[in-house]
Design a protein around this ligand. Structure first.
Ligand code: XMP
Length: 327
């Protein structure tokens, strides 16, 4: 039987009971596959890698070695959340690598979006590979958060989004406990494993992170403005009850300035663009009609709290023809 094909008899995991049964089954399978050996996992903090981490911690505890690489392009508080949940709450064996300078130095003056994606993806592999080599004598397995759509779409439309790869010559055996699951099932499993909603219900976040939202060549000042404005947007969407109604939302900071005026003085600062979309499959998307009062509150807060920003825009372009991301 092709182990990459979901059997037709496999029931859709929709309830805590079904999730529990799946978890028990996978815990036994992983223990059988791994024995007393160690398993390495790149833990990004996204839904898939977080669920695999929690599942493996349940199965093999400290035999799992999680590596979290902070590429400096995470949203505000995200790396901290990974540490809080996995190190502090689940007592995981977690290696945290702050590679911010390494990534940002490589990206200086690089303005082409695909080039930026390539650099971020490659650098991620180099950093992870270095770590894997240090542990190679000790580790035999590599866990991955592959899910069923990744297998189905691996040569399809999403291929251009794939970043990174495996340290192939290290010859790890793969552990992929959720590879036959759909995203909604992964979330049910994550909830059953006790992961917080911020992780389980997290909106999609591109692999290159804020790197493709800080348009053109990334600079630290615009990256900081992007991170702060994104955090304000998330906070206000949360308060307005929109966070679980809108599929994906974020801010974008372009690489051109605009004129403003503050306290009687003229400025030449950055605009912030708000992007919010609803979609089923990300192939097409519509823009929700956000209440004016919510947009106004977000605008006021960004202008008051984020240094270097003098203008806020709401992008009302559907996909097609505007993609969800700006780059
Ligand atoms: P677009 O911009 O193509 O985005 O309409 C569709 C969905 O894909 C996400 N996206 C990415 N995800 N790496 C990823 O892992 C990427 O390079 C990338 N670019 C876009 C985007 O956030 C949206 O959910």
């Amino acid at each position: 039987m092709d182990s990459n094909k979901r059997p037709e008899s496999m029931a859709r995991i929709t309830t805590p009971e079904l999730a529990k049964a799946f978890i028990d089954e996978q815990v036994a399978l992983v223990r059988e596959q791994v024995g007393d050996k160690k398993v390495l996992l790149a833990l990004s903090g996204g839904v898939d890698s977080s669920v695999v981490a929690a599942l493996l911690i349940k199965a093999i505890g400290k035999q799992l070695v999680c590596v979290h690489v902070n590429h400096g392009l995470m949203r505000k508080g995200e790396s901290e959340k990974v540490i809080e949940v996995f190190q502090n709450q689940l007592d995981a064996n977690l290696i945290y690598i702050d590679a911010t300078d390494r990534f940002l130095d490589k990206l200086v003056d690089v303005s082409d979006p695909e080039e930026k994606r390539k650099i971020i993806g490659n650098e991620f592999v180099y950093v992870f590979d270095e770590e894997a080599r240090k542990l190679a004598d000790d580790v035999d397995f590599l866990a991955q958060g592959t899910i069923y759509p990744d297998i189905i779409e691996s040569d399809g439309v999403k291929a251009h989004h794939n970043v990174g790869g495996l340290p192939e010559e290290l010859k790890f055996e793969l552990v992929e406990p959720i590879k036959l699951l759909y995203k909604d099932e992964v979330r049910v499993i994550g909830r059953e494993l006790g992961l917080p909603s911020e992780m389980v219900d997290r909106q999609p976040f591109p692999g290159p992170g804020l790197g493709v939202r800080c348009l053109g060549a990334i600079t630290r000042d615009r990256l900081a403005a992007l991170r702060e404005s994104d955090a304000i947007l998330r906070e206000e969407f949360d308060k307005a009850g929109l966070a679980d109604k809108v599929w994906q939302f974020f801010t974008v900071v372009p690489d051109f300035r605009s004129t403003g005026v503050r306290n009687g003085k003229r400025l030449f600062d950055w605009p912030v663009i708000i992007r919010a979309v609803n979609t089923v499959d990300a192939m097409s998307a519509t823009v929700p009609e956000i209440e004016w009062s919510v947009l106004k509150k977000i605008t006021d807060r960004i202008l008051a709290e984020v240094p270097g920003v003098c203008r806020v825009l709401y992008d009302i372009t559907p996909k097609p023809c505007g993609t969800i991301e700006w780059e």
